[in-house]
Design a protein around this ligand. Structure first.
Ligand code: FES
Ligand SMILES: [Fe+2]
Length: 348
């Protein structure tokens, strides 16, 4: 159902506060995010192994050694940030000697934090992740300057291919500051494989978008897609960058979370008030959401997708990448990227 042995986007750093828990569902797994005594993020399966109370109903407490413990709300069992049980308040001194607390545990997940993003590794096998968490280029160690989080009431695949689909732009996003019906023209873009996905290789972006015109000079754009659902758009202009990172994260079989984080050091975006920028992103992503949610109604009757050349080739690649990833996990062999360098043509 969902890809495993892969890093998922977990949460924005700013959403995980010290001393508090945040509970999220990722790929059907209930997960508690918190921060330890040093401020480092941790992630546990949000279920108490005693009698299944969500651990997030409890509280963060400090153990005798000053380390952060998660205390279950129901019977006060305490777990360290690795998920190991450290205390069962109901045990008598005698019972304590007989019980091996270290054997009681809830699953803990590897997490990494960088660039204002917290990554979580959902692995089938226990042990360290097979590879480091994804990292954005061009933004250094900076934090997102703006973010928008949205829920799409649709399965992951439709949210992903809805975001990478070039042919919908002139229809779903028809607005004066982006595209108009008259601005449609033929395009060709070179694509190539990258580690776990593909890239619309660096190019001078479409002259029919007003926002790009505002950036001035000659911007260079690259759009990357990587499994499990990460889209990054880099706009480089005169040594400055504007980076739009979109994480499409499956909540469960029917729901998907979209997190958009924007980084920039281009002065123009600093001049545009945050609320305007946020509004524009919310309108834009809201149009995608409305489209894929409406599509769900039709898919109930006609679930087969017709994918055509060349406008839907990125969607075809997405399904091929997913299959290649899943096959590699099942067969226990390295992932081989099925995407070959190609130029795609379409009108938008
Ligand atoms: S259910 Fe958590 S301590 Fe009992
Ligand atoms: Fe869109």
């Amino acid at each position: 159902m969902f890809l495993t042995d892969i890093w998922y986007f977990g949460a924005l750093s700013s959403a995980i506060k010290p001393g508090a828990f945040k509970t999220v569902t990722i790929a059907g797994q209930p997960i508690l995010f918190g921060r330890d005594q040093e401020g480092q993020p941790f992630a546990l399966r949000d279920i108490c192994p005693h009698r299944a109370m969500p651990l997030s109903c409890g509280q963060a407490v400090q153990g005798a050694d000053g380390k952060t413990l998660v205390e279950c709300a129901y019977h006060g069992w305490r777990f360290d940030v690795e998920g190991v049980c450290r205390e069962i308040p109901s045990l008598t001194a005698e019972q304590k000697k007989q019980m091996e607390l270290g054997k009681i545990r809830t699953k803990s997940y590897p997490v990494e934090e960088a660039q204002g993003l917290i990554w979580i590794y959902l692995g089938e096998k226990s042990g360290a992740p097979a590879r480091p968490a994804p990292k954005l280029d061009h933004v250094g160690q900076s934090q997102p300057r703006l973010n928008v989080v949205m829920n799409f009431d649709c399965p992951l695949d439709h949210a992903v291919i809805g975001l990478m689909d070039p042919a919908h732009i002139g229809f779903i996003h028809r607005q004066w500051w982006w595209r108009t019906a008259r601005s449609m023209h033929e395009k060709q873009k070179a694509f190539g494989p990258i580690k776990h996905g593909f890239s619309m290789l660096p190019h001078v972006p479409s002259s029919n978008s007003f926002l790009y015109k505002l950036l001035g000079a000659k911007p260079q754009t690259e759009i990357r897609f990587e499994l499990p659902g990460l889209r990054t758009e880099y706009v480089l202009v005169g040594g400055r960058q504007v980076t739009g990172f979109t994480a499409v994260t499956p909540v469960d079989e029917k729901n998907t979370k979209i997190t958009i984080a924007l980084y920039w050091d281009h002065p123009l975006l600093t001049v545009i008030p945050d609320f305007l920028l946020r509004r524009a992103i919310t309108i834009f992503a809201g149009q995608d959401r409305d489209a894929v949610e409406a599509q769900q109604k039709g898919l109930r009757h006609d679930p087969k997708l017709m994918l055509i050349h060349d406008a839907d080739v990125q969607a075809m690649w997405y399904f091929k990448l997913k299959k290649a990833w899943a096959d590699a996990q099942i067969m226990g062999r390295p992932f081989v990227n099925p995407v070959k360098p190609t130029t795609l043509r379409w009108r938008s």
